[in-house]
Structure formats: structure tokens, C-alpha cells
Design a protein around this ligand. Structure first.
Ligand code: ATP
Ligand code: AMP
Ligand code: MG
Length: 196
């Protein structure tokens, strides 16, 4: 690799399809290049801490917890991810803005992102009405109801947050459209970013 940094952070609003696109991209990298990619899910790292200490029962309850507690768990998760990410190719599946009961919590504040030092932050986007329907048809998760106009605003704010990550770390910022029924296309772009 000509690039010394090895971590790609994948962000985007809930239900846009981050995890789906990531899983497909990992398969593409394996098939085309015979390489493994380590996927670290920030929410899973936080849930390990929050569930062990009895704070929550499901991952979707975490964003409703007092924000001070979320920030504390976030810091621990960030440290754990930075430690585990010392591998060739790593994806961190996470959010730049978490919708809490008290406004947006910044998902990658300076003290978290400085430890991770990504090469690229990917922002996955989709048509706002399609995100609304993906959320309502996904029964595996408890997703917040959000008007299509609010989904649009949330996506716009995520653009600003992705740029902030680039500003703080020098990472490139890549927007990937996850078009309806076209996961493979979005995943191919992510695979290309991973193999840079
Ligand atoms: P969260 O942030 O809450 O973890 P996410 O961004 O990881 O959400 P996924 O769980 O990957 O989102 O996808 C949400 C739903 O949308 C799933 O049911 C998935 O199958 C569906 N989906 C993902 N991408 C597409 C697509 N391109 N076209 C149609 N449905 C899709
Ligand atoms: P996910 O499966 O990606 O939706 O993550 C589950 C939950 O983990 C989210 O709803 C948030 O509560 C939490 N989470 C994920 N990433 C972060 C982050 N960077 N900072 C704070 N909370 C996060
Ligand atoms: Mg996900």
C-alpha cells in the first residue's frame, strides 16, 4: 500500500445501508483481491460496555441514555477500536451524528478521531424517502420514525460532520450513493477505497 493509514470510516444516517454495503464490499475485496478486511462496528463496541454494566438491553436503547454516559462509553469504544485496528485493512462502521433526547451527539469528536486517524471517511447517502421505507421495513432493529424532510436535514448535517473529520485528521471524504436495489454498485466504490 502506498497509503500508510489503513482505516476507512463508514458513516451515514440510520437505515441508509452502511452495514449492508460494508458486508458486500468485504466480499468483493475477498473475491477480487483475496484479502480480508477487519470490520469494527462502533455501536457493537459501545453495546458491549453498556450491556455488561446493565445500562441497556438492546443497541437501539443506547442513544436514549443520558448523553454524559454515551460520551463515556464512546470514549472507551474509540480506544478499543484504535487498539484493535492495527491490521492491514480496517473498516469502522459508525455515525457522525447520533440523534439523542438532547440534540445530536457528535459521533467522532476530536479525542476519538485523533486516536483512529482514518485515511478516508465515507459518507453513505440515499434518497430520503427510500431511507424512510428501508427503516420501516427493517424488523431487525428499532428505528426512530423521522419525517422525510427531517431525514433530508439530517443527511445535510452529516455532510458537515464528515468534512469536520477530514479537517481534524487530513482524511479524504468520499460520498457514496446507495441507490435503491443497487447495493453492489455502492459496495464496488467502497471496495475501491479500501484497496487504494
Ligand atoms: P444503522 O445505522 O441503523 O445500523 P445501516 O445504515 O447500517 O443502519 P442497514 O442495516 O445496512 O443500514 O440497512 C437498513 C435496511 O435497508 C436493511 O433492511 C437493508 O437490507 C436495506 N437496504 C440497504 N441498502 C439497500 C439498497 N441499496 N436498496 C434497498 N434496500 C437496502
Ligand atoms: P449502529 O448499529 O451503527 O446503528 O449503532 C448502534 C448504536 O451505537 C447507535 O444507535 C448509537 O447509539 C451508537 N453509536 C454508534 N457509533 C457511535 C459513535 N461514534 N458515537 C456514539 N454512539 C455511537
Ligand atoms: Mg448498521
Amino acid at each position: 500500500m502506498s497509503e500508510s493509514r489503513n482505516i476507512v470510516i463508514v458513516t451515514g444516517i440510520p437505515g441508509v445501508g452502511k452495514t449492508t454495503v460494508i458486508n458486500t464490499a468485504v466480499d468483493i475485496v475477498k473475491q477480487k483481491h483475496g484479502e480480508d478486511v477487519l470490520v469494527l462496528n462502533f455501536g457493537t463496541e459501545m453495546f458491549e460496555v453498556a450491556s455488561k454494566t446493565g445500562q441497556v438491553k438492546t443497541r437501539d436503547e443506547m442513544r436514549k441514555m443520558p448523553t454524559a454516559l454515551q460520551r463515556k462509553n464512546q470514549k472507551l469504544a474509540g480506544e478499543s477500536i484504535a487498539k484493535k485496528a492495527r491490521k492491514t485493512r480496517v473498516i469502522v462502521d459508525t455515525h457522525t451524528l447520533i440523534q439523542t433526547n438532547n440534540g445530536y451527539l457528535i459521533g467522532l469528536p476530536e479525542w476519538v478521531i485523533r486516536a483512529i486517524q482514518p485515511k478516508t471517511v465515507v459518507l453513505v447517502e440515499a434518497e430520503s424517502d427510500k431511507i424512510a421505507s428501508r427503516r420501516s421495513s427493517d424488523e431487525t432493529r428499532t428505528r426512530d420514525a423521522q419525517a422525510v424532510s427531517d431525514i433530508q436535514i439530517h443527511q445535510e448535517m452529516c455532510r458537515a460532520a464528515a468534512i469536520s473529520v477530514g479537517t481534524l485528521t487530513g482524511a479524504t471524504v468520499r460520498r457514496i450513493m446507495n441507490r435503491e436495489g443497487k447495493v453492489e454498485e455502492a459496495a464496488a466504490e467502497l471496495a475501491q477505497t479500501l484497496m487504494e
